[in-house]
Ligand binder design. Structure first.
Ligand code: BG6
Length: 507
């Protein structure tokens, strides 16, 4: 199978090779890149984890993952055999002082076989507590020393608060140069999230009205139907604020609110994004209860089936105060956005899986139609649908057909699937290819990570010191706690009901 000859020989070393991420996302994404001939001609994957197993057992497990989760369906025999020939496994406990010899040898062997010093990508798909030992071992072994060839991919969560994120950053930047570090937020690899840039800056239609003069408010919803999916151990120490808001939602917000960059250079785009995070008005501790709501799901019904409450999930404390839902109002203090509230919400076990950004415009300045005509008037809105039905919907007012002059709302729809008849790549495909190419545009820089932690720090502080009195406060399968409706109602708005496609709701 022809492969990408422009990319240099590369070895991808995955720490946490036995984990869910490797199985569900990373290897299916790499396999898909392989099928699209995007991987370098000489490419190898080395899995590293504690458990001892041989290469064959590791490959079998990865194949199961591809068969189950790949957007391309089950792997075909020949393609899989070719792809997996480059996969091997090294059992090492990186917390042990002298670890890493087997990995070093494997890397040297590959260089020898290929006759070149290959590029090395070290993917740290491991819990935050293990980052330090893995990074220190890499430094000690000297296998990640070439600033041009060697890269480190760091999965979220990047720290658990501002102080620990700074510590981790100090540690990593003390060992590697910033251009080697790729802090991943998979939302930035989603086709529709990237399309926010194209939509805003490749069209002359929208940018002139993308500001406080025309926009009334913005809503960002990332709703999930899943619960904690066996990740109770991690999630109960994290919660929705750290798991989703600090990264995914604030990244989406930055793209929606940023100023036009001068070019598509990685640092230029990232500078404009970090400007937004810095312009978010700091939340004072005493106003946390006015601008933010947290919630936790109780038992309920999803897809006709009874599902347990969060506190009954595996590895979750039976009296847990961890939030599984957040609603938040943010204000951006700059010329463009002064006075335009941004409402964010995200949660698990909600009614439907849907992620979208809604831009709600101000009413027409003068209402010339008789009041009877405008009874069902609705403001214009643009909805950027991130998933699952990727596209953009623009709501306009039209005359309803008939002899009377009545206004009604109509939607102009753009659907990726219909327009391009192609399946968008998975976020991890895009991001992994960017790492191989050395393009950091879609990755987070340390100042972005820190600014995002600063935005949510007051919420972390206040909520940690005042345990919630009313958890669980929303049933699984609902749209979240009532308090979230009250939060947005204080500004005279309501959450827009996402357009739910068949089969997405709890039934
Ligand atoms: C991950 C969170 O980063 O994003 C998960 O840790 C969450 O809790 C997931 O379920 C959502 O990603 P997606 O791509 O399914 O929207």
């Amino acid at each position: 199978m022809p492969l990408n000859v422009q990319l240099e020989p590369t070895v991808m070393v995955i720490f946490g090779a036995g984990g869910d991420l490797t199985w569900r996302k990373l290897v299916p994404a790499l396999y898909s890149l392989y099928l699209d001939h995007r991987l370098p001609e000489r490419f190898a994957i080395v899995g590293v984890a504690r458990r001892s197993q041989d290469d064959e057992a590791f490959r079998r497990r990865l194949r199961e993952g591809v068969d189950t989760f790949s957007r391309r369906g089950r792997a075909e025999e020949q393609a899989w055999d070719e792809f997996s020939a480059g996969i091997s496994y090294v059992a090492e406990d990186f917390t042990a002082p002298a670890a890493g010899q087997a990995l070093s040898r494997r890397l040297e062997d590959l260089d020898r076989t290929w006759g070149v010093r290959a590029n090395r990508v070290f993917y740290l798909a491991i819990p935050p507590g293990l980052m330090e030992s893995a990074a220190s071992q890499l430094q000690r072994l000297g296998v990640c020393r070439d600033c041009k060839r060697d890269r480190l991919v760091v999965e979220k969560p990047f720290g658990r608060d501002l102080a620990s994120a700074r510590d981790l950053d100090r540690l990593l930047t003390g060992m590697f140069v910033e251009s080697q570090i790729y802090r991943i937020d998979h939302y930035l690899g989603k086709e529709t999230v990237q399309n926010i840039l194209a939509f805003r800056f490749a069209n002359s239609l929208f940018e002139p009205i993308w500001n406080r003069l025309y926009i009334d408010h913005v809503q960002i919803t990332v709703a999930e139907t899943v619960g904690v999916e066996g990740r109770g151990d991690y999630y109960d120490r994290s919660g929705a604020l750290r798991d989703m808001v600090q990264n995914h939602l604030l990244q989406i917000l930055s793209l929606v609110a940023m100023e036009p960059p001068v070019s598509f250079e990685a640092d230029e785009v990232r500078n404009r994004k970090v400007d937004v995070l810095r312009a978010i008005r700091p939340i004072r501790h005493e106003e946390v209860h006015r601008v933010a709501v947290r919630g936790q799901y109780g038992s309920g019904t999803m897809g006709g089936k009874a599902v347990p409450a969060y506190r009954e999930e595996l590895n979750v404390d039976a009296a847990s105060s961890t939030e599984t839902y957040i609603a938040l109002k943010l204000t951006i203090d700059n010329w463009r956005w002064q006075g335009v509230p941004f409402f964010l919400r995200t949660g698990k076990r909600l009614h439907s899986k849907v992620s979208e950004v809604s831009i709600i415009f101000r009413p027409a300045p003068h209402q010339l139609f008789p009041s009877a005509a405008v009874e069902s008037w609705q403001p214009n809105r643009i909805v950027i649908r991130i998933q699952p039905e990727e596209g953009i919907v623009t709501r306009i007012q039209v005359k309803q057909p008939g002899t009377r002059f009545l206004l009604g709302a109509a939607d102009m729809q753009f659907r990726y699937r219909e327009a391009f008849k192609a399946q968008p790549p998975e976020a991890y495909e895009t991001l992994l290819l960017d790492v191989l190419r050395g393009d950091a545009t879609l990755f987070m820089r340390s100042d972005q990570v820190e600014s995002a932690w600063s935005v949510i720090s007051p919420l972390l502080d206040v909520w940690e010191s005042v345990p919630p009195a009313d958890f669980p406060d929303y049933p699984a399968g609902s749209w979240g706690p009532e308090a979230a409706d009250l939060l947005i109602a204080k500004d005279g708005h309501s959450w827009l009901q996402p357009v739910v496609q068949e089969g997405q709701g709890p039934g």
